[in-house]
Write a protein that binds this ligand. Structure first.
Ligand SMILES: [Zn+2]
Ligand SMILES: [Zn+2]
Ligand SMILES: [Zn+2]
Ligand SMILES: [Zn+2]
Ligand SMILES: [Zn+2]
Ligand SMILES: [Zn+2]
Length: 509
């Protein structure tokens, strides 16, 4: 439960204007109003036939302003197969607190739990009896993939436990008409039928199908706090925020799995608020494939319409005719060199894009040698910022300074300079694709500043000069700290923030 904005005790009343703040009593709500009204109603929900419900700013918002704060209406394991660990063992998570369960199980229904504490007080209590009645603990043990039944079951149980929230969730879009056209729809239906059967038709097949589709369309992957596993969370208000491949807002997960949305850049009254459902360093065709398959819509955002993607050329191939210009795909599907005009068959362009995407999604992220090999192998035929190369740069920047053989104390000045160069190149792409207070910018800036500070220490002996150079680097760290300051202190990402603040102190000597 949220806490009172005035006194910090658990608070059942939410502000009716924005829903973002809570109060223990009418008295505290009234006493806070003169302050709260400045930030109340940051958005309103609009509707269009094409886009459905979506959020627009209802006042001029500044970078960093809170748009929305929401608790998870449904939280549980992902619907897909469980992730296999490297040693081939499947990790079972406690269904109460998502801590590794080791070998303990619920003494009543036999699903994995971490210990007796989670049997008596946790989200598991609501479903325990139903799982026991249907012998699902044993069935999940035999086929661990069946753990996917938990989240739709929790969704359904809201109907009894919290009907207003259930009502909001069940009205969310399921994209059923588009789903029916997709090749895997039969499999999907089959899953709904078997889940429904496993629960002895407590949820009929049709409703189960609808619930699965709503979960697939609207949930976010949430990192479990105590192990590096993904859960899925449903946030009915956040689910209404539209997507753009150049977002103006971002998600910040809190330790209690509630979610904050802040603006990353200024947003004018009446403008839509956008978050991005896809990573920034994917080509236009790759992003559109993912959004069409996973979210059932064709993105037509500003970046997708722009063949050079805000000047980044992230999907551009080097022209085979003139070797100087770059071949880009326009939104009317014509592929041509921007310098000599030489055309390329769109199907060929598409095939190259798919092939490179498969290389991109299979690269070994922490091997400096392999990343450099990939860059070497493909740089002649691609724009220097091409998705695959930019992603390699991102992993290289993270690996150099940290992985064995490339730790900071093992680096030559040349290698350190190389890290600085690729981090700076990454920043330039991020400035255009995820401007403002984006987390990637914060982390990259911090990393860049650390490398620069080490470079100064390594190469500049004069103390006065050192001080001068540090003061320039300090600006980067300050900006990184400002960005990362929005992270929840106690969350996993909060650690990066702590690192930024320590660095800041070290540089301000
Ligand atoms: Zn209070
Ligand atoms: Zn309010
Ligand atoms: Zn537990
Ligand atoms: Zn149980
Ligand atoms: Zn787009
Ligand atoms: Zn050309």
């Amino acid at each position: 439960m949220k806490l009172c904005n005035v006194c910090g005790v658990p608070a059942p009343r939410h502000c009716g204007g924005c829903g973002n703040f809570s109060y223990c009593s009418e008295k505290h709500q009234k006493s806070d109003w003169s302050e709260h009204k400045k930030v109340c109603r940051p958005f309103r929900i609009k509707h269009s036939a094409e886009l459905g419900d979506y959020l627009v700013a209802d006042k001029d918002l500044k970078a960093g302003d809170l748009v929305l704060y929401e608790e998870a209406a449904v939280l549980g394991p992902l619907l897909g197969p469980m992730v296999m660990q490297k040693d081939g063992n499947q990790k079972s998570l406690c269904l109460g607190c998502y801590f590794p369960a080791f070998d303990y199980q619920c003494s009543s229904c036999q699903v994995p739990l971490c210990g007796p504490a989670c049997q008596n007080s946790s989200p598991h209590i609501q479903e325990c009896e139903i799982l026991k009645t249907n012998n699902l603990g044993t069935k999940i043990k035999e086929d661990p993939e069946l753990i996917g039944i938990i989240t739709p079951l929790r969704f359904f149980l809201l109907k009894e436990n919290d009907f207003p929230t259930y009502n909001k969730c069940i009205k969310l879009s399921s994209n059923m008409a588009e789903r029916r056209k997709q090749p895997n729809f039969q499999e999907y239906k089959e899953k709904a039928r078997s889940y429904s059967e496993l629960l002895n038709n407590m949820i009929d097949e049709e409703l189960m199908l609808e619930i699965l589709a709503i979960i697939d369309t609207n949930t976010f992957q949430v990192l479990a706090q105590r192990c590096a596993e993904n859960l899925c969370g449903l946030y009915p208000r956040v689910a209404k925020i539209n997507h753009s491949c150049i977002p103006n807002a971002r998600l910040i997960f809190q330790k209690d799995y509630s979610l904050k949305i802040i603006c990353t850049i200024d947003v004018k009254k009446g403008d839509p608020v956008y978050i991005s459902y896809v990573p920034p360093f994917y080509t236009t065709l790759a992003r559109q494939r993912i959004l069409e398959r996973g979210k059932q819509f064709t993105c037509s955002c500003q970046r997708c319409q722009d063949p050079i993607e805000n000047g980044t050329f992230i999907s551009a191939l080097r022209c085979e005719s003139c070797k100087e210009g770059f071949t880009v795909r326009r939104s009317d599907n014509v592929c041509a060199c921007i310098k000599c005009g030489s055309k390329m068959d769109p199907e060929q362009f598409n095939n190259i894009d798919m092939k490179l995407f498969s290389v991109q999604t299979n690269i070994v992220q922490d091997s400096v040698d392999e990343l450099e090999m990939v860059m070497y192998q493909y740089s002649d035929i691609l724009h220097p910022n091409y998705a695959l190369l930019t992603e390699c740069r991102q992993h290289l920047a993270a690996a150099i300074g940290r992985t064995d053989g490339f730790r900071y104390d093992q680096l030559t000045p040349e290698k350190l300079q190389y890290k600085i160069k690729i981090s700076a190149a990454l920043m330039q792409v991020l400035d255009r694709l995820e401007p403002g207070l984006s987390k990637s910018r914060g982390i990259t800036l911090l990393d860049l500043a650390e490398a620069q500070a080490r470079m100064v220490a390594m190469t500049t002996k004069d103390e006065m000069k050192q001080k001068q150079q540090y003061s320039q680097i300090l600006q980067f760290v300050e900006e990184a700290a400002e960005i990362l300051n929005y992270e929840d202190e106690t969350s996993i990402e909060g650690n990066v923030k702590k690192h930024a603040l320590t660095q800041l102190q070290n540089l301000r000597y």
